[in-house]
Design a protein around this ligand. Sequence first.
Ligand SMILES: Cc1cc2nc3c(=O)[nH]c(=O)nc-3n(C[C@H](O)[C@H](O)[C@H](O)COP(=O)(O)OP(=O)(O)OC[C@H]3O[C@@H](n4cnc5c(N)ncnc54)[C@H](O)[C@@H]3O)c2cc1C
Length: 366
Amino acid sequence: MDRIDALVIGAGAIGLAVARSLARAGRSVLILEREGRFGAVTSSRNSEVIHAGLYYPPGSLKERLCIAGRELLYAYCAERGVPHRRCGKLVVATDAAELHALEALAAQGRAAGVAGLALVDAAAVGVLEPALRCQAALHSPLTGIVDSHALMVALLAEAEDHGALIAYRAPVEAIDRQAGGWLVRAGGTRLLATMVVNAAGLDAQAVAARIDALAPALIPPLHLAKGRYFTYSGRVPFTRLIYPLPVPGGLGTHLTLDLAGAARFGPDVSWVQAIDYVVDPAERPRFLAAARRIWPDIDPDRLHPGYAGIRPKLSGPGEPAADFRIDGPARHGLPGLVNLFGIESPGLTASLAIAGEVMAQLGIEA
Ligand SMILES: Cc1cc2nc3c(=O)[nH]c(=O)nc-3n(C[C@H](O)[C@H](O)[C@H](O)COP(=O)(O)OP(=O)(O)OC[C@H]3O[C@@H](n4cnc5c(N)ncnc54)[C@H](O)[C@@H]3O)c2cc1C
């Protein structure tokens, strides 16, 4: 039977970043991916925003790993030629009642150490983005956008350069504790690994339930929050990302740009019981109303159903937002095992820092 140092389950941005770190540290690595290609699930169904780190509770993993991950990601993109742009964003208060919440968000971001934040009045907003209508805005110059596919191509290429292998159509079926490691069954093959990293995203709980030695109480409940996007066919008069104030479960239906300048509005938050990525055209009036709040002159005929992603949340509707969970031996007592649960936004931004955290939990120097 083949023996390997580390098995990484899932070839999304997180699994690929972890595989890259392990391979760079000289470990033999095999990535097992259920689908026929990498990045087929949440890592290709998001806003591709490099978050500055405004929103997260003080001391949370989300705050720490977003801020550290953002800088690592900008440096990595520059070094590896991954297309990205530090375009900045404006969080807007569209009426006077929102000004207090905007100031609170600015204070939270500053307390987290996010540099460059500035509260700007309507006149100053008019200079930055003449087509934008609001009472005031919070300018975050460190926010940016990244080509998530190119990022994953770069991570996988670097992992492979250091000897990592990837197997597609290899769904992990069972993980059994053995003396000195783990026996993993996937796609009809059995492998022995010293370390197993479960980076299966929306399926992380299902994969964890297949680990014989893991107590079920250590597997958190999964809540699904769908986020839908409507795309805009035509040019938009903005150069920065435009966000409303955050809403429960998400950041509010915002306007993001891709690197070609194409715009989309979303994602909204809708709690679902099952995974489907349909975007119902009947939602158009709601998206149009949200878009008009920041851009009154939008041409309604150019707004079309786009795509959707699903957030793997650890908190349900009405509950306080949960943190990422990166469960290593310190939590579950099982050497060589790390489970990643609830890696929703800002997971893409934080991917390289999350990989560093996994390495630390495995006791490996990056
Ligand atoms: C609507 C939305 C918008 C977002 N916007 C942003 C943003 O702008 N900025 C940001 O930083 N973050 C954002 N995020 C979060 C970000 O997209 C995720 O945190 C990140 O992509 C998670 O990557 P992952 O590798 O954990 O999961 P995934 O990309 O889902 O990868 C998991 C992989 O595991 C595989 N898998 C599942 N089960 C098995 C199995 N049994 N065996 C083998 N493989 C398996 C899957 O096929 C999949 O490829 C957003 C998320 C959503 C939903």
